[in-house]
Design a protein around this ligand. Structure first.
Ligand code: C5P
Length: 229
């Protein structure tokens, strides 16, 4: 395969308050990371790089081995950094020869359908990236402290998800540029765009939500095992 996916799983999960790195929190006997990897390994073949929290590399490697059991895809575990951007950079360092398209995926989006991963990979071109995004449903306000300043037109907004896909060479150049400039971006699409890259939007999916809070954890567990009446 000429596609690789970097699954970033090195976050601390402070907002989840589960006392363990978020990716290693149990959902239903399987961790957040294991569910994310099951989605990855149900997609078209690619190289898989998992970015682990420091000190948890072996646990992550065991999960990867298990998810890769019937696949035997080229895969590796690397140690993450202080920020998500540093974790992605560590993943980029581990890319093999011949990779032309790189997907960057949050392990925390544990229930992302394999079809979304394939769709992003298919939408990347040699000079443009692609990200899945959902329409915004809430009425959004610009605020200043406790004052509501104005409504923001949600028609021109979209909520970004992952995986986010890019041509490898252009993404590597964009990372080198951001690192040299000391810039920290909120996602890879922003970092790519800051270097002048074009990013295309494709439809996202409700199931690709990011597990951040205890309520998100509850939602993921309900989706996996809906209560029966
Ligand atoms: O914190 P947040 O939920 O936005 O993190 C998004 C993804 O980035 C998660 O999968 C998390 O594990 C990963 N991450 C990382 N290294 C960091 C911070 C976050 O790999 N230093």
């Amino acid at each position: 395969p000429t596609t690789a996916i970097i699954v970033v799983a090195a976050g601390s999960g402070t907002r989840l308050g589960a006392g363990a790195p978020k990716a290693l929190v149990d959902l239903d006997g399987r961790t957040v990371l294991r569910h994310a990897l099951d989605g990855v390994f149900a997609a078209a073949p690619m190289q898989v790089i998992v970015v682990a929290p420091a000190g948890h590399e072996q646990t992550v490697a065991d999960e990867l081995t298990e998810a890769n059991r019937d696949r035997g895809w080229r895969s590796a575990v690397v140690t993450g950094g202080e920020t998500r951007q540093q974790s992605v950079a560590a993943g980029l360092e581990a890319l093999g020869e011949g990779i032309e398209t790189v997907l960057v995926h949050d392990a925390a989006r544990a229930l992302t359908p394999a079809t979304q991963i394939d769709a992003v990979a298919a939408a990347v071109t040699p000079d443009a990236g692609a990200i899945p995004a959902l329409a915004v449903v809430d009425t959004l306000k610009r605020v200043d402290g406790d004052a509501v300043v104005e409504a923001v037109d949600r028609a021109v907004l979209a909520a970004a998800q992952t995986p986010q896909g890019f041509p490898r060479a252009v993404l590597e150049a964009a990372y080198a540029r951001a690192t040299a400039a000391g810039e920290e971006h909120t996602d890879d699409a922003a970092l790519f765009a800051a270097a002048g890259g074009f990013v295309r939007r494709i439809p996202g999916s409700e199931r690709a939500f990011k597990i951040t809070t205890p309520a998100d954890l509850e939602r993921a567990r309900m989706l996996l095992h809906p209560p029966t009446a």
